[in-house]
Design a protein around this ligand. Structure first.
Ligand SMILES: Cc1cc2nc3c(=O)[nH]c(=O)nc-3n(C[C@H](O)[C@H](O)[C@H](O)COP(=O)(O)O)c2cc1C
Length: 334
């Protein structure tokens, strides 16, 4: 057995590094380069139901003779657009299956609860090895109860699990009224993995023009703390596998996530910033560190430092600085 071998959601992986869903995983060229880099698996760019609907509206607006009261035509068009998207995705999966030899995980983000099942079935039929459900709706509705979104996520997972046989993971946002309870409920509902966490499109302001602009789409190497905390907290408390995501830019952080209990780590921003080849560097440095520490397999150190009731648990649960500055002279810091 190779020392980096890992089993994730029942899939045999040659190491714990997965390239997460992003633009680089949307083309066969990107997938080939990712496979060459040594990554053990890849999550395809998500199918976004919302995007399909938007594209549908644009195309209809531009179409001569379009009548917005012709419901049959609208229905047909909607159907056609969805099947085009799914056909393109199925073609990509078929090509990837021919050209690369690492597991391919499909990714889905649907706006309506009804569509998840049909998209999931299509992806399974197209040949993905597992499916990641990219779930998050920004809870900005002040009329809505805190647990409404969570109930929706659970019902989607239960339905999808009933209709497909491949492993299913849920990619979560770090925002929830009670994250630990939500993850436990997803685990009870039968998910095979939880990816913690997604990072979203951020809004920023230009203070000279008063315009709204996009924030930096990429994480930095210091963005990993929240993921580390939560992987540590959930490790050992759920039966499903945990995949760490956000802020993993080097071997050191990848190792920390595994020490916290992650089965796999997902990298994205690192590839945009340092190139796809940076995966090979991470793998080399993990092996180097394992040799130095005398570990023969990743399993040997997985979960070696995590949240357990007792002496150390307070360190994971504390969020306020409280006495932090009592030993420091603020003037010295400035
Ligand atoms: C350009 C770009 C595109 C992304 N597209 C998707 C996507 O389609 N689906 C998804 O679940 N996550 C998507 N993500 C989020 C990443 O998969 C990942 O969860 C996030 O970037 C945090 O990981 P990182 O810190 O390694 O970048 C995207 C991220 C970036 C930077």
């Amino acid at each position: 057995m190779k020392i980096l071998d890992t089993k994730y959601m029942g899939l045999r992986l040659k190491n714990p590094i997965i390239v997460g869903s992003c633009g680089l995983t949307a083309t066969i060229e990107g997938l080939k380069r990712i496979a060459q880099s040594g990554a053990a698996a890849v999550v395809l760019k998500s199918i976004f139901e919302e995007e399909i609907i938007k594209e549908h509206e644009e195309t209809l607006k531009n179409r001569i003779g379009y009548q917005d009261n012709n419901l049959e035509f609208l229905d047909y068009f909607d159907y056609q657009l969805k099947s085009d998207t799914l056909k393109n995705m199925a073609d990509l999966i078929a090509k990837a299956k021919e050209e690369i030899d690492i597991p391919i995980i499909g990714s889905l983000n649907c706006a309506s609860s009804g569509e998840w099942i049909s998209y999931a079935k299509h992806l399974e039929k197209a040949g993905v090895d597992a499916l990641e459900l990219n779930m998050f709706k920004l809870p900005f509705d002040i009329e809505q109860q805190a647990d409404e979104h969570e109930k929706l996520y659970l019902s989607i997972v239960e339905k999808v699990k009933k209709h497909i046989a491949i492993p299913v993971s849920v990619k979560l946002a770090p925002y929830s009224s009670n994250l630990a309870a939500v993850i436990k409920k997803l685990d009870d509902a039968g998910v095979d993995g939880v990816t913690m966490f997604n990072r979203f499109y951020n809004v920023d302001f230009d203070i000279m023009t008063d315009e709204i602009k996009a924030g930096d789409p990429y994480s930095s190497k210091m963005d990993y703390y929240n993921t580390l905390r939560w992987v540590s907290i959930m490790s050992g408390k759920v039966g499903c596998d945990l995949s760490a995501s956000t802020g993993i830019h080097n071997a050191e952080t990848a190792i920390k996530m595994i020490m916290a209990g992650a089965t796999t780590v997902q990298v994205v921003s690192m590839l945009y910033k340092d190139g796809i080849g940076s995966v090979a560097g991470i793998l080399k440095n993990i092996e180097f560190w394992m040799e130095r520490r005398g570990y023969l397999s990743v399993d040997e150190f997985r979960g070696s430092v995590h949240h357990e009731p007792g002496e150390n648990s307070e360190r994971f649960e504390r969020v306020q600085f409280m006495k932090y500055f009592s030993g420091h002279n603020p003037e010295e810091i400035i």
